[in-house]
Design a binder for this molecule. Sequence first.
Ligand SMILES: Cc1ncc(COP(=O)(O)O)c(C=O)c1O
Length: 477
Amino acid sequence: MVPLLDQLQRLAQGYRGFHTPGHQRGQGAPTGLREWWGEAVFTADLAEIPGLDNLLQPEGILQEAQARVAEIFGAEHTYFLINGATAGVLAALLSVHQENGIILLPRCVHQSVIHGLILTGAKPIFITPEWDAQQQVWGGIDPEKLRVAIQQNCNHNITALVLNSPTYKGVCSAVKECIEIAHRFDIPVIVDEAHGAHFPFHPQLPDSALDWGADLVIHSTHKVLTSLTQSALLHQQGKRLHPQRIQACLRLVQSSSPSYLLLASLVATAEQMAAQGEALLTQLLENTADLTAKINQIPGLKTLWINFRQPGFVSQDPTRLVIQTGGLGLTGFALDELLHHQYHITAEFPDYGDLTFILSLGHTAADMQHLFNALQEISHTVQPEKFLPTIPLPPTGEFVLSPRNAFFSSHQYRPWSEAVGSISAATISAYPPGIPVLLPGELITPESIDYLRRIAEMGGAIVGCTSEQKIAVVSNW
Ligand SMILES: Cc1ncc(COP(=O)(O)O)c(C=O)c1O
């Protein structure tokens, strides 16, 4: 049996507690909630009572559980995250930081990476990732461009390389080559593998960055495996970073009252993968291959298929379904709306020209058939939009200040129409995928405002502006 789960079950009864949480194993919980959720949720929602452990300095059952999960994922050390992969990204950036440190990174990272730059004050050097103009999709960094960037900045204190692979759309980049190059210069590598937590568990899936010696790897287990929302993992290996330093940085960003529901779900998910991961993923891969082949037979629909003979594009996660919608005369936003409102199907992430679905261990063949039937019906009945907008490349502006200096400078709020020419003091992202369109310190261009406007008009969520669609900009610039 699994020690943490056993222990939680055992401790859930047979004593009177005078400690947090206030609901006291459900005794004081709101009745409606208790009836809906059942007793078990509350009885397992325990604090760090004797027999449990302190996540911020684990020395007992959590230390044991983390070691076991590390073994399952093939890492040297694993740390449980209860504030999402976001906490792992922040702790990773904090742990490598030194005064005047420089971080090398691709531009299309999740906003948590930018938030890490704000917290640390590290100076970013962005390496433009590769863009597949035909498929309209970002890949990763071309290793040759990385080598040049390192050589150009070798007089500076490069404290880490951050890679983001796979992308939200399942594109995997040249992680192995990039790690080899960075390690030749003894630069630690942080890989945001949030969407690739399943990679270690099936030979037909892309390689995990753990296999290539990445120093820190972040897995958002709640996105693609089966743990509860907000649970995730940070893995560490090698000698460049000290486990005590990682632990100290995790203390800066994690709650001092971790949810044992999340911790238990992490442990149970890891054990599920150890016992059945390959078999479950084989089934998922079969169902996914079947669905993908059938979708590609539907007139007007095509799934994303990458040409791997280009730098920055190495492999693709077959469980990430990206349906290109242009052939139907629809944007991804329009197909998303149709599916949601008429077929009660909710996708993960609409974009201009495609719609992304996460296919996971939680899906059955029946779910996939339902999706296929809906898509087939839509292709027969859809009225193409009169005007299908052209897709601009997400814009980038010039950096005038560091993200930290811009974020903490005195600022004011300007409507979009008056913000051009100012310096952004905020991270403005289209969500999902949460990739920033504007970063703190970046000059706001007409193109970035136009891009935000188009995303908003199509129903995308813009995160980081005020409710009146104003942007924080650096004052007196
Ligand atoms: C690439 C990437 N990294 C990190 C995160 C943050 O993950 P979480 O939501 O678990 O905090 C996300 C979330 O969408 C993401 O897409």
